[in-house]
Design a protein around this ligand. Structure first.
Ligand SMILES: Cc1cc2nc3c(=O)[nH]c(=O)nc-3n(C[C@H](O)[C@H](O)[C@H](O)COP(=O)(O)OP(=O)(O)OC[C@H]3O[C@@H](n4cnc5c(N)ncnc54)[C@H](O)[C@@H]3O)c2cc1C
Length: 418
């Protein structure tokens, strides 16, 4: 019996479990999935929870049992992965040792507030996060009591999960305070460690103009050294200060320590991964998928979906003695919720930045790229049903609508720089 072990049963691990259990004969292969969490959370819902928008008041509809989402044929072990021993092809956990022929790393990443001094001390007083359900609920309660003052959204450093989530958050904050009739009493400011809210030129200019029109200030190039919650200020490494009454922080995101400890990582817990084949750069019988890779595209569920198709093919090729193909092009696709029941949509890859157009079909669309529309917003809300019922279980062939490699169909070619 050959053994495939998948570490992590979040978005990426669940998709891989479905794909591989369908393709590898049960008479020859044993598939084991290991994850410490009993629950699987729908993370894109996190941006709505602080503002109680569109029925997203808490975990209702946003959480399912991890086991229930996995195929019945795979073994699921709910336990902490404490050590990876790639030289010995094994994984150590408190529930035992798991040996493998092939390993898929799908361990995601997490927020690390402990990396910014002062952040944890202020938590729950005037400092809040929204990257987990408990923290998003804390923020929801605090926002309901916030009647005016300066709300600062700070992105401590990149990479972060879902790099458009800060844009969504601040637009939804603007919408939320307008709905409450107190927008005139609230100053909104985004303080970011990079040069803008979106660093690619075309999207940066379109989204930047939208943010400007909403009266939101953006302070770029500010890398926080410390948060002084007592005096309500963030202090940068070069001594600049930004005052806040309410700090919505996106703390540094880090990959799992076990990846670094095993010599597979880049020092921040992200596995060193070949950008196009998605194989580990360190060990030949390991593939890496989702947020725990170090590849240069977004950390997003859509990316995990595109990567899953490439890993499925490459793993099957290798099992049958062929070489893996460099087929992953960095494809990423994401709705950007902007408030007032509208959203943008972006579709891009390693070499093509997001540009305007229609998606997935020319002229017909029905979605619009880099344009605020109500249909994009409906697509964003529909995505939750799609995630639970189609995306995770991979039960429908999506290649026509969501091709693994980014398509130029529908894109406005006048923006394409050759
Ligand atoms: C606020 C927010 C908004 C987002 N919006 C969108 C969006 O609109 N569209 C989109 O495509 N994506 C969005 N995302 C990103 C998307 O949720 C992630 O990219 C996706 O979930 C990554 O999947 P993953 O499997 O790599 O990681 P995860 O789904 O996080 O799964 C990792 C799993 O590994 C397990 N694990 C980790 N370490 C261990 C260990 N040592 N032992 C045992 N188990 C372990 C965890 O328990 C977890 O279940 C958003 C994310 C956030 C935070």
């Amino acid at each position: 019996m050959k053994r495939l072990v998948i570490l992590g049963a979040g978005t990426a691990g669940t998709m891989m479990a479905h794909k591989m259990s369908r393709k590898l004969p049960a008479s020859e292969w044993e598939i084991t999935v290991i994850d410490k969490s009993e629950n699987h959370y729908y993370q894109p819902g996190l941006i709505f929870v602080p503002f109680q928008l569109y029925g997203y008041n808490g975990t209702k509809g946003n959480v399912r049992k991890t086991r229930d989402l996995l195929p019945k044929e795979v073994n699921f072990v709910q336990t902490e992965i404490t050590q990876l021993v790639p030289e010995g092809n094994r994984v150590e956990t408190p529930s035992g040792t798991f040996e493998y022929d092939w390993l898929i790393l799908a361990l995601g990443c997490r927020i690390a507030p402990e990396e910014v001094p002062g952040l944890e001390e202020g938590y729950g007083k005037n400092v809040f996060y929204f990257y987990t359900y408990p923290s998003a609920l804390d923020m929801q309660r605090a926002l309901a009591d916030f009647d005016g003052g300066k709300l600062v959204l700070n992105i401590a450093e990149y990479p972060i999960k879902c790099p458009v989530a800060p844009i969504e958050f601040i637009c939804l904050a603007d919408y939320y305070f307008q709905q409450r009739g107190i927008r005139h009493k609230v100053d909104l400011e985004v303080v970011t460690s990079v040069q803008g809210l979106f660093t690619k030129p075309v999207a940066g200019s379109i989204l930047g103009e939208m943010i400007r029109k909403k009266g939101i200030k953006v302070t770029p190039g500010f890398s926080p050294a410390e948060v002084d919650s007592e005096h309500g200020k963030i202090i940068s490494h070069d001594g600049k200060e930004v005052h806040f009454d309410f700090l919505a922080s996106i703390p540094p995101n880090v990959g799992p320590q076990v990846i670094d400890d095993a010599g597979l990582g880049n020092g921040n817990g992200y596995a060193m991964t070949h950008s196009h084949t998605l194989k580990s750069q360190k060990f030949d019988n390991i593939y890496v998928i989702g947020d725990c890779t170090n590849v240069g595209t977004s950390k997003a569920g859509s990316v995990a979906h595109f990567e899953a198709g490439v890993i499925e093919k490459n793993l099957l090729r290798e099992i049958s003695g062929q070489t893996p193909q460099p087929d992953f092009d960095g494809h990423s696709n994401c709705f950007i919720e902007t408030g007032f029941k509208k959203a943008h949509l972006i579709d891009f890859n390693y070499t093509q930045e997001p540009i305007p157009g229609r998606f997935p079909l020319p002229t017909f669309g029905p979605f619009a790229l880099l344009k605020e529309t109500r249909l994009n917003h409906r697509g964003k809300l529909f995505f939750r049903w799609f995630y639970w019922n189609i995306l995770l279980s991979d039960r429908v062939d999506l290649e026509m609508f969501l091709p693994t490699q980014m398509s130029y169909l529908g894109k406005d070619m006048s923006y394409v720089t050759k």
